[in-house]
Design a protein around this ligand. Structure first.
Ligand code: SF4
Length: 334
């Protein structure tokens, strides 16, 4: 298994391939991605829009809807050390019992994650009802209030009676977080949880997630394109490009010693207030069309170090240092 790089994993993704069958052609969205998440850590998937971060995170609970299809790969979930569940072999019913209970999602836009027709209290209680923790919606009221308190929503007794349109963006995201905590989550997948919020609310929401993780001993998979968030929140980082994992390292190591030309370019493109520059750096070229991805290394049309091999053969993820892996012919032992 390529992805077995964790001592005490909560999830292991091995050689995952996801395609989307569109009228224009087959989009090879995820191409052999392998990684694992240690129990209790915050693991970040980072990369440009369209690089496959969200598709990967949704695939963890087979939340890929047609025309998307998981072509192959293994996804192993370890609810406890030594106990393993093969996600790909579960029935839809079995999977539904894990999704929203042990593995929960916080999506980018809280406005669309919440149902406009029901109150916040109803929606939190419904999550408990679906998973059998209560047998009537009204029995979830006190727990819903307690969960809203945990997310520091002011006046939670009133807020459970509010409809989503009556809440600010930050409050809505806190309500979504409360829903994700309602049952017994072990792994929370936060997909760009602050992108739709303004800067001060972003900071509050990330602080809240950090505190909840500590208090409840959660594991978090954070999907983001914001390198500042990565530096602040994450223990380890996986860098994705065009549906492939191109580098993985502990956060400090990645910032100190980025190896893959794409990671280096990504970090150079982040503005640094301490450095005077004439103009912001950008990565030349554009993200490839994944219906016709470039052969070999998918980054090769944009890479300043491209060699002949890069155009023909896909580099494997190779261990370079302590927990530091990179997929690039510059570092492969050929
Ligand atoms: Fe650049 Fe080649 Fe490395 Fe790809 S494999 S990033 S093209 S040097």
């Amino acid at each position: 298994m390529k992805a077995n790089r964790c001592r005490n994993p909560i999830i292991v993704v091995d050689d995952l391939y996801v395609n989307f069958y569109t009228y224009a052609g087959v989009v090879k969205a995820i191409d052999g991605v392998s990684f694992c998440i240690e129990r209790g850590e915050t693991y970040c998937l980072v990369g440009e829009t369209g690089c496959g971060k969200s598709v990967t995170s949704r695939a963890l609970t087979r939340l890929i809807l047609p025309p998307g299809k998981i072509e192959r790969g293994r996804i192993l979930y370890y609810p406890e050390p030594g106990k393993v569940v093969d996600i790909m072999k579960l029935s839809e019913e079995e999977l539904r019992m894990i999704r929203g209970d042990e593995i929960t999602y916080i999506f980018q836009d809280p406005g669309t994650a919440l149902d406009p027709l029901y109150t916040i209290g109803y929606q939190i209680s419904e999550t408990m009802l679906v998973h059998g923790y209560i047998n009537k919606i009204r029995k979830g009221v006190s727990r819903a209030i307690q969960l809203l308190k945990e997310t520091l929503i002011p006046d939670p007794e009133q807020r459970i009676k509010s409809y989503p349109h009556e809440l600010s963006g930050g409050m809505k995201q806190r309500a979504v977080i409360a829903t994700s905590l309602a049952n017994r989550p072990r792994l929370i997948i936060a997909d760009e949880p602050t992108t739709a919020l303004d800067a001060t609310v972003q900071a509050q929401i990330m602080e809240l997630l950090r505190n909840l993780k500590k208090k409840r001993g959660l594991t978090i998979l954070l999907i983001t394109h914001n390198m500042g968030l990565v530096a602040e929140m994450c223990d380890r980082v996986g860098v994705m490009y065009a549906g492939q994992l191109v580098e993985e390292a502990p956060t400090e190591e990645l910032f100190r010693n980025p190896l893959h030309p794409y990671t280096r370019a990504l970090l150079r493109a982040v503005p640094n207030p301490l450095r005077r520059i004439e103009k912001l750096e950008s990565i030349p070229g554009t993200v490839p069309n994944l219906i016709y991805p470039p052969a070999g290394c998918r980054f090769h049309p944009r890479c300043a170090h491209v060699m002949d091999t890069c155009k023909r053969q896909k580099p494997e993820l190779t261990r370079i240092g302590n927990k530091h892996y990179v997929s690039c012919w510059l570092y492969s032992r050929r």
